[in-house]
Design a binder for this molecule. Structure first.
Ligand code: PLP
Length: 372
């Protein structure tokens, strides 16, 4: 029976608090560069345990500024993961540098530290670490390799707010780290992102870069470097402040839903559930299952869609995107583990407010579609 409405993959969790906060900003007449920008930044930095934060118009904008701050230039190389959302690699291309992919490990879906050193050349400037699906990358060996080869570590923590590696918050390893607030993330500001750093010099640079390269002396129409308009507006900051107040709730609700899925799906033949490695806590971003190789994923998506349930292939490997194939000549087989994960993972509906009934419906239909 399909007597329910369409079940989407993601949905933001917005309450009266966010609506009221936005209304207040609108009434104040100060829609950008108001006091709530620094309020959001200070509160966010405190939550992560970093000294500074610079809010930005998107996670991608934040990553771009991190690449600039690391002095990455044309022809330089940056080591990163092929199993990510495209913008982590694109942020390297923005500065005409080259992403150098390192294949992932099968359990965490993050860069395999054992494969990193073989990818280092005299041109390598940095490691752009992605913590995919809220699972921490293996930071101890990565930081050791970076130290040994004098490389900057940039953390793409856009999917991983609140996750920890050996008891330490993600976002405190790299200098800097980036979080993102698109509506499918754990917390949202609409569009938006934030960079965290402990370095006051870097913080000043970010503040200037995202604000048209304005000089540090605060003169409004004095521009000392090539900058951008990557500012986050006041409406978004107001939403961010309210979302951050409930971050523990947002994260624990997601975890509860993941636990329910794990229980409902644990014995289903044909699928495997993703794991969290020892020593890590995951921040639940998406709920993904892995389909056995003999199952036609497109068919599953199509069948689920007929039953009014959205599912998504998540994520395609970056090196096989048309842009990257064209630029670098990548082909299938270049990063086999990333490709194998890309071809078998499926994201299920996962948002706060999904009812137990809906969860059951999703799982029963998945079983029917897979087992027949
Ligand atoms: C969401 C995300 C980003 C940033 O995306 P924006 O839409 O620009 O905020 C970067 N990297 C990863 C891995 C992401 O999931």
């Amino acid at each position: 029976m399909t007597n329910y409405n369409y079940i989407p993959v993601a949905k933001p969790c917005i309450g009266e608090e966010e609506i009221n906060a936005v209304t207040e900003v609108l009434k104040s007449g100060m829609l950008s560069l108001g006091p709530n920008v620094s309020e959001f930044e200070e509160k966010f930095a405190a939550y992560i345990g970093a000294k500074h934060a610079c809010s930005v118009s998107s996670g991608t904008a934040g990553l771009h500024m991190c690449v600039i701050a690391a002095d990455i230039k044309q022809g330089d190389e940056v080591i990163t993961s092929p199993f990510s959302f495209i913008s982590s690699a694109n942020s390297i291309l923005f500065e005409k540098a080259n992403p150098v992919f390192v294949d992932i490990d099968e359990e965490s879906f993050n860069m395999d530290p054992e494969k990193i050193e073989a990818a280092i050349t005299p041109k390598t400037k940095a490691i752009l670490v992605v913590h995919i699906f809220g699972h921490p990358a293996d930071m101890d060996p990565i930081m050791a390799i970076a130290k040994k080869h004098n490389l900057t570590v940039i953390e793409d923590a856009c999917e991983s707010i609140g996750a920890t590696y050996k008891g330490k918050m993600l976002g405190t390893f790299g200098n800097p780290a980036v979080f993102a607030f698109y509506p499918n993330k754990q917390m949202t500001t609409g569009e938006g992102g934030i960079i965290v750093t402990d370095d006051p010099v870097q913080q000043n640079l970010f503040k200037s870069l995202c604000n048209q390269g304005r000089s540090d002396d605060g003169q409004w129409l004095r521009h000392t470097r090539l900058g951008y308009n990557y500012r986050l507006d006041g409406l978004s900051c107001a939403v961010g402040i309210e979302q951050l107040k409930k971050i523990e709730f947002l994260l624990s609700e997601k975890e509860k839903i993941a636990d329910k899925y794990n229980e409902l799906l644990k014995d289903v033949k044909g699928i495997s559930l993703i794991k969290t490695k020892e020593g890590c806590t995951r921040s639940w971003f998406v709920y993904v299952i892995q389909l056995d190789k003999n199952i036609d994923r497109n068919k599953v998506i199509e069948e689920m869609n007929k039953r009014k349930i959205a599912t998504k292939p998540y994520l395609p490997s970056i090196h096989l995107q048309p842009l990257y194939k064209e630029m670098y000549g990548y082909k299938e087989g270049d990063f086999p583990i990333s490709e194998s994960i890309s071809s078998s993972t499926l994201a299920l509906p996962f948002y706060i407010g999904i009812t137990d009934e809906e969860l059951k419906t999703v799982c029963e239909n998945i079983k029917e579609v897979i087992i027949g």
